[in-house]
Write a protein that binds this ligand. Structure first.
Ligand code: TRP
Length: 329
């Protein structure tokens, strides 16, 4: 039986959030039975913004520990660190030469980050999508689970792959974005109009996966709502309450109408505490495992070494084919 190939990754910049878990990792765990999965930590992409080297290293290992604590089985999936499979950098450069300035300058993430990091608009930030295309195309991935914000990067990946295939004959599988409808798009608690982001300036906007239960409770209690004091799902008019409902729904599996019924006649105070407790309970086993995995550096090293070895076998095959086709010795 030929399983479909899945690849995804998270940048190693900053600590992981509830958004990363509910929007990504939790779905990856569900996909591991059905697909042949590659999950990486995109630490080369992290270089497009300035990092403290020690933080970058620690974050890379922390993310790996979270992947495993959350239930990604290193026996069933290829879990690896991007920088440890050199083929990514190499194909990234080659694909730079098949990607147009015009295409890259239309990327909304580039525009957003250029505003946010106005003092460091580096060439890597600009060519970021070509490296991401390399990540995906090296493994001939069929499906790429990503959030809505990465859809544009998937489109450009497809364009690059199609362009290359047209020039040199079929080389790359054209990947599809896998944006699950019911998978939560977790918004900021203070700023529910935008995505919960690990680089948010307001710490109360974000639940970090490492947050202690009392911190989680405190942050939910402070979450922005509205003055109606009625729990109903209405993302445009009631973004704060709807976001809390979305979180509660994806943690418990309850539907929006279940939740509306459950909290009929109740106020926001009760609701926030219930949501907070559901999150605390969901994260508890992950947090327990996480600490012990993170303390076991030897175990982590074993996993990423084996992951890189497995990944390299596949990546090298694609890269060799590419080099052969374009005349690179
Ligand atoms: N750009 C993605 C993000 O910021 C991370 C990423 C890097 C990625 N390479 C990837 C995601 C390949 C999917 C596939 O979320």
């Amino acid at each position: 039986m030929n399983k479909k190939i899945v690849l995804s990754g998270i940048q190693a910049t900053g600590r992981l959030t509830l958004g990363n878990y509910l929007g990504a990792i939790n779905n990856w765990v569900k996909m591991q039975e059905e697909y042949d999965c590659y999950y990486m930590i995109a630490n080369l992409h992290s270089l497009t913004v300035r990092n403290n080297p020690e933080d970058l290293k620690n974050n890379t290992l922390k993310i790996l520990a979270i992947y495993i604590a959350a239930g990604l089985d290193p026996e069933k999936n290829t879990i690896f660190i991007q920088s440890q499979v050199k083929e990514h950098s190499e194909l990234g450069w080659i694909l730079d030469c098949y990607t147009y300035m015009g295409e890259l300058s239309r990327m909304t993430q580039f525009k957003d980050k250029s505003i946010k990091h106005a003092d460091n608009i580096n060439a890597g930030l600009f060519t970021y999508p070509a490296l991401m295309a390399a990540d995906i195309l090296l493994y001939q991935a069929n499906l790429v689970p990503v959030g809505e914000d990465q859809r544009q990067h998937l489109e450009i990946t497809r364009d690059i792959a199609e362009r290359f295939n047209k020039l040199y004959g079929k080389t790359f599988v054209i990947p599809d974005a896998y944006v699950k409808k019911e998978s939560a798009r977790v918004m900021g608690l203070q700023n529910p109009e935008s995505k919960m982001s690990k680089s948010a300036t307001n710490i109360n906007d974000v639940i970090f996966l490492e947050d202690a239960p009392e911190v989680i409770l405190k942050k939910f209690k402070k979450a922005v709502t509205d003055s109606e004091n009625k729990i109903r799902f209405e993302p445009i008019q009631k973004p704060g309450v709807s976001n809390l409902m979305q979180i509660y729904s994806s943690v418990t599996g309850k539907t929006m109408s279940d939740i509306e019924k459950e909290f009929e006649g109740k106020g926001y105070g009760d609701f926030k505490i219930t949501v907070a407790n559901s999150v605390i309970e969901k994260l508890k086993p992950i947090q327990d495992k996480y600490q012990s995995i993170l303390n076991n550096q030897e175990y982590l090293e074993k996993i990423y070494t084996k992951g890189a070895e497995n990944a390299r076998k596949v990546a090298a095959k694609t890269l060799n084919d590419v080099k052969h086709k374009i005349g690179i010795l």
